[in-house]
Design a protein around this ligand. Sequence first.
Ligand SMILES: Cc1ncc(COP(=O)(O)O)c(C=O)c1O
Length: 393
Amino acid sequence: MSFNNKLNTRLHNLQQQQLYRSRRLVETPQDVTLAINGKSLINFCSNDYLGLANHPEVNKAFKKAVDEYGVGSGASQLVTGHQKPHHALEEELADFFKRDRALLFSTGYMANLGVVSALAERNDEIFEDKLNHASLIDAALLSHAKLSRFQHKDTKALDTQLITSNAKTKFVISDGVFSMDGDKADLKSLINMTQKNNAVLMIDDAHGIGVLGKNARGIMDEVEADVFQSDLPIFVGTFGKAFGTFGAFVAGSEALIENLINFSRSYIYTTAMPAAIAEATRTSLRLIKQGGNLRENLQARIIQFRDGCNERGISVAAAPEYGQHSAIQPLIVGSADKALMLSQALQRDGILISAIRPPTVPVNTSRLRITFSANHTAEHVERLLSALSRQLC
Ligand SMILES: Cc1ncc(COP(=O)(O)O)c(C=O)c1O
């Protein structure tokens, strides 16, 4: 078979299984309404949880920084790409998350690859929740350590695995808010398990920061006691979600950050994020710290949605075991073709929600990954509920 035939066969197989992925061409800026093919749709599938991706103050900071620093960063961080805005953002993040230091990465995917592959060595073992984001799984596969997975949030099973492991260094890695389910890691229990078993805990709270907690620090801000650096030595967050910009950071001890600067290949061998992105992100951080009513609006819309589903007999994800609702509220429908058909029917009805199918989620758990933004109005949510009722009730 020729190479091209092989490529076409693979695509044909995906089509047969309703697993073919294609892109939509969005004609408008990021917002809670988008235009696709000239049609306006209410957007319930982006990660712009606080509506900062096209916020006037964030846009202004970006434009001003382009005038001051240019567009490109010119080189990697270790050559000439580390500029004042990057440094200032790192210091502000370290302060906000109460860590010694923070380090910027160009994306969350690269942060996870770079941290795990830099730290986990041949005789080490990495324990990961089965529903961790793909970047965390790929990160472990790229390292020379052994990867063991535990059932979703089953910290008792994790404990047994940790006790029986004789690895030199044991790493426990979990999403904070799980990206496709919207539920939260049992942080307290993970801290207990890692401390009891002398393991190192790493949490990627890409979907929690900015949204959850008293001060918007994510799930670590929702547990009763302070989560110190010694409890959670490796903390990852990304800017492409609630922060509305692009990139990521890792926060932790001085020694951790210096190790990453020296050993993390996805930090060292890549062009630095542009300074203007760092400046825009500093403005996002300021808006998040200010609080305002962004997070209140977001919670109000999520509660409106959940109450509306309950009234209509549409089954929603379980309420969180602690803290506030995450912005991710999936409706699990089962088969890939059902999820796809539902997504297409909703789009005809003016609602944009993408169907999430394997391998992103386990087989038979295809879903509509519904996400909310602080910019959604009560009327947007009513429109969503009516559209869902027409399809499901
Ligand atoms: C938990 C988690 N970590 C990391 C990433 C990757 O971040 P980025 O989009 O910045 O590469 C994502 C999603 O994109 C995610 O959901």
